[in-house]
Structures are given as structure tokens and as C-alpha cells.
Design a protein around this ligand. Structure first.
Ligand SMILES: [Zn+2]
Length: 237
């Protein structure tokens, strides 16, 4: 899949890897090597094996040495501890289930059947290709059927997905899918506008480029009037 924001194209990497193995001509042996690599971080039951905190801190020391600094010098001694603590905050979304958060808080809508919108939800996420921040704003809306959900829960859902390694395209689809699956609305709309630091600080180095993604479902899907009403509201009109 090609990711528009940071220009990564992950499937051809796999395809070329596969192609390389096939070209070598010893397909069976090389596939065995691939299996070992893929399963290295998994337990016998196929679950991901999570390293200990000490192992994670050691990995940070390795990176410090790799870039050419001395992890034992005074200024860096406590850095691995701080980095791992920061990572726990950046990636806390793996510990929570958006479905559970949304599913907990239904209320009767008392006949309300127009658009419910949450505008300007801050997003601080990290691109899964470089682990560099992308920062922006999400706007989400849905048309309830008979029940509405606590609005703070909608912002929580966005936050849970943002606090994982992401692409903006995937996150847009994930938010839309969970709204659809749990709220079962007449339709929903998701719009994300973000700046990717992997584009501004490295690679192509374009600091002011915004990436915009949208997803419309249900009654939004083919209704341009509703889509425009939603997009107007994202601009505060
Ligand atoms: Zn990136």
C-alpha cells in the first residue's frame, strides 16, 4: 500500500523480498528463513512477545551508541529511562480498546436525528514508517439512529488510535470503522488534516504541506450536500 504522507510503499518491499528469494531458486530453504525472521518476536501461541522494560532501555542505549554517542556519559545515563517513559505515553493506545470505550456510553437521543459533530480534535500521532510525529486536527460527525454516545468518548476514540504507530490513511479508516460498527449510525464522516514531520524534517523536506484525508459512510457517502455541510462545519461556518 502506498502512503501519501511520507511516500512509503510497503507492499513492494515485501514483493521484492519475495522476488529475491524466488530468484535465488532455493525457494523452500529461503521461506524457512523468512518464517524464522517473522516469528522471532512471537511466543509459541503466536502472540507478540513483549520485551521487559530493562530490555527496552538497553535497546535505547544501543541506538545511542549506534549514532556515535556514549550512553554512559553523564547527560545520557538516564535518557533510556526517560525515552521509555515517554514511549509509554506516546503509544498508550495499545492498552485501550476503542470499541469498549464507545460501547460503554449510549444514551437515548430524545428524537435527535441531525448531525452530531466534534470539531478540532487535536491529533498527536507517530508515523509507522519513521516513528516521527504527525500533528494535526480531526473532525468527526455521525447521524444517530435512536441512541447517541457521550461526545467525550468520540474524542477518546481518536486519541486511542492516534497513540499507536499509524498512517493517516489507516487512522481515518479505523475511526470510521469503529463508529460504524459500534454506533450503527445512519452515516459518519471523518476528516483529518495533519502535518507530517517525516516530510518536513527529512526526505523531501517540505515543511508546510498538509495531508488531508476524509472518509464518508452511509447517508454521507453519495450525498454531496451533506458532505459539504460537514466540510463547511469543519471550517467553522
Ligand atoms: Zn513517515
Amino acid at each position: 500500500m502506498y502512503h501519501s504522507a511520507c511516500g512509503q510503499n510497503d507492499s513492494p518491499k515485501w514483493l521484492s523480498l519475495l522476488g529475491r528469494f524466488i530468484c535465488v531458486g532455493t525457494v523452500r530453504k529461503d521461506f524457512k528463513i523468512m518464517n524464522v525472521d517473522v516469528n522471532l518476536n512471537k511466543t509459541a501461541s503466536g502472540k507478540l512477545k513483549r520485551p521487559s522494560r530493562a530490555e527496552a532501555e538497553e535497546a535505547v542505549r544501543t541506538l545511542i551508541s549506534y549514532i556515535g554517542d556514549d550512553p554512559t556519559r553523564d547527560g545520557l545515563v538516564d535518557t533510556p529511562k526517560r525515552v521509555i517513559k515517554t514511549y509509554q505515553e506516546f503509544y498508550s493506545g495499545y492498552e485501550e480498546s476503542p470499541e469498549e470505550v464507545l460501547g460503554r456510553s449510549f444514551e437515548e437521543g430524545a428524537g435527535y436525528d441531525d448531525m452530531v459533530m466534534l470539531r478540532d480534535i487535536d491529533i498527536n500521532s507517530h508515523c509507522e514508517h519513521h516513528m516521527i510525529p504527525f500533528i494535526g486536527t480531526a473532525h468527526i460527525a455521525y447521524f444517530p439512529t435512536d441512541r447517541v454516545v457521550g461526545i467525550s468518548k468520540l474524542a477518546r476514540v481518536v486519541d486511542i488510535f492516534a497513540k499507536r504507530l499509524q498512517t493517516q490513511e489507516t487512522m481515518t479508516a479505523q475511526i470510521s470503522n469503529v463508529l460504524e460498527n459500534v454506533l450503527k449510525p445512519q452515516g459518519c464522516a471523518v476528516h483529518i488534516d495533519a502535518v507530517h514531520q517525516c516530510m518536513s524534517l527529512r526526505g523531501i523536506k517540505k515543511p508546510n504541506v498538509a495531508t488531508v484525508t476524509t472518509k464518508f459512510t452511509g447517508i454521507f457517502k453519495d450525498n454531496y450536500h451533506l458532505q459539504n455541510r460537514f466540510l463547511d462545519m469543519t471550517r467553522g461556518r
